[in-house]
Design a protein around this ligand. Sequence first.
Ligand code: NAD
Length: 318
Amino acid sequence: MAKILVTGATGQIGAELTLALRERYGTDNVIAAGHRREPSGTLAQTGPYCSLDVRDAAALEAVVTGHGITAIYHLAALLSAVAEEQPLLAWDINMNGLLNVLESARKYRCQVFFPSSIAAFGPGTPPFNTPQDTVQHPSTIYGITKVTGELLCDYYAHRYGIDARGLRYPGLISNQVLPGGGTTDYAVDIFYAAVKQRHYDCFLRADTQLDMMYMPDAIAAAVQLMETDASRLTHRNGFNVTAMSFTPAQLAVEIQKHLPDFTIGYTVDPLRQGIADSWPRHMDDSAARAEWGWQPRYDLPAMVDDMLRHITAKLRNK
Ligand code: NAD
């Protein structure tokens, strides 16, 4: 029986992934580990919950042994914009946290899921149809921790036989927990502003094209990859996955199809624009499609329709 630990469980991905895993593997078999922040009511009410700093190796090991953990979805990290403000802290959390997870996995033979990012690429990477295997020379501390994380996971797989797997997520769009300080956060913020004020002031330039994905697809991708028979995988970590690729201007046009009086303006934040400019525009995710059947369900129109319905209902019920 699988016993799963989710670190960073109160975050944008973790809050939804934990519930999806509980539905799939049973409530008591999925332990949500938050950090300092109080858990959302739902997480604490629907199954086991603990507070854990992933930099604390002994505390992590105690959770793994205490619950007989067989798989760790390691989501705890600092994201791109926050990491750039505090590079040393980002290195500490993103790298030492991952090392502690891999060491626990090595000692207690756990499977590991590690989410990498489009940030693992850099300005020298081909920006269109970015290949699965290509130049990875990121210029941000976040990207450096992600490419190092991919390499470490591969190392633990080859050296110790640890079943570590991972994806390169693009910007993720969701409607439950707000994003935690990434460069693609605009693609979530815009929906709240559109429903509330019919106007959004975007911190990226109108023509900044980036890969994106709706959260239901992001969760399905993680679960599908982790459940794939290992014999099908040529790669293990850092699978390119994308569902759509658009600019702020294109997203605004799609929102205007539902809210014709919506307007968008631009006050560019140089930090986040610089980060976005160093990332690819559109990845080639054919390796994920071929090796484990990756297939997104939501394109831009379907995502916008669903987001607007959820955010409108959420704000109405507040
Ligand atoms: P998030 O910021 O919403 O959540 C991260 C969580 O980590 C937070 O709940 C935070 O409390 C926790 N955390 C921070 N420091 C910690 C520590 N020392 N110990 C334990 N927990 C700690 O991020 P997210 O969007 O849910 O991202 C989860 C993972 O997916 C991260 O590794 C991120 O890099 C990756 N990712 C996210 C996106 C995206 O668009 N959201 C895209 C690509 C990759």
